[in-house]
Design a protein around this ligand. Structure first.
Ligand SMILES: [Zn+2]
Length: 322
């Protein structure tokens, strides 16, 4: 089962979220395996990214996709995880070199300290010309030392961009991708559900309550995160703390693997390529095939489809593939 739980520490300026992706993650791996399995370190990183993007989506009031992307300078060129407001998640990676089983985070994406991590908030109803919000951080710390864990990169990002102390624990294997987020906020209680508006820099590192709870959270091992149930995890860590839980997303809004690709979106992409380009591919190969890198779906357009696509009646192009 895949679950997402949000909670606050009553009366304290601290909030948290815990995500466990079991079936959602297994579905994602199964779909991907049809197109070829990623090396284990790449797959595990994608799992951690999916869990992290889920926690970020849970943590903001924003109607749009949270896209977490690593642009690597090593054998792993791009890794991306995307979570929609209804907690549909998808992830993929693009390699241009060998990743070995022993490779660590830096070996894959930050060989020359030129790797980057981008966090994009892409509004669902984006106006024409409106750019999505994007924050980009390097994969090294303030002293230039390579950071060797995704969780540390994101903690660093949140401290810099939002002046929020954040503790993240992430882990993934073949059956589960999971994460725990603990964050200090300027206000205690209900007020800490929203995004803080005022500058919060003065409080960094100074809340005893946050420091105590973050220390508890960081004692969580990968093994525990990958094997225990949600109730056991929360109880084991925070049994002495005043936790108030929120009703988790249910039913169709539960965390799940779901790809947003569609024939319509691929049509839009082909439309933007133009009739000449598409016709020349068809002349050469007989049809045009476009595969989705996230879910492996294959969309095929034969000469009849192409003629329809560029018929005068379809003058207004559908949404461009995202
Ligand atoms: Zn797809």
């Amino acid at each position: 089962m895949s679950e997402l739980h949000k909670f606050i520490f009553e009366g304290l300026p601290v909030r948290g979220a815990l995500v466990v992706l079991d079936d959602a993650w297994q579905d994602m791996i199964a779909k991907r395996s049809e197109a070829g399995k990623f090396p284990q370190p790449v797959q595990n990183l994608l799992g951690e990214m999916a869990a992290a993007a889920m926690l970020m989506q849970a943590n903001i009031k924003f109607n749009g996709a949270v896209v977490l992307q690593i642009q690597g300078d090593g054998p792993l060129k791009i890794a991306v995880a995307e979570v929609q407001p209804d907690f549909a998640v998808r992830a993929t990676a693009s390699l241009h070199g060998e990743v070995s089983e022993q490779d660590q985070f830096s070996d894959m994406v930050n060989v020359n300290n030129a790797g980057r991590c981008a966090i994009t908030l892409d509004p669902k109803d984006r106006l024409p010309g409106q750019q999505p919000y994007q924050g980009v951080v390097p994969l090294y710390d303030d002293s230039g030392e390579k950071i060797n864990q995704l969780s540390e990169v994101l903690q660093h990002y949140m401290l810099q961009s939002e002046q929020l102390d954040t503790c993240l624990v992430l882990a993934a294997n073949d059956t589960r991708a999971a994460g725990l987020l603990i964050q200090r906020l300027p206000l205690a209680g209900e007020g800490n559900l929203g995004v803080p508006s005022e500058s919060n820099e003065d409080g960094i590192g100074k809340s005893d309550d946050y420091n105590r709870i973050a220390t508890l959270a960081s004692s969580l091992t990968s093994e525990e995160l990958l094997t225990l149930g949600v109730e056991d995890l929360l109880h084991r860590l925070f049994w002495e703390e005043p936790i108030a839980r929120f009703i988790p997303p249910q039913g169709v809004d539960k965390p799940r693997f779901q790809c947003s690709c569609s024939r319509e979106r691929v049509s839009g992409m082909l439309h933007s390529l133009g009739a000449d380009e598409v016709d020349s591919i068809i002349a050469e190969r007989g049809d045009v095939e476009v595969g989705c890198e996230f879910c492996g779906a294959m969309y095929r357009f034969d000469p009849v489809d192409s003629a329809q696509l560029f018929a005068p009646s379809s003058a207004s192009p559908p949404d461009v593939l995202q």
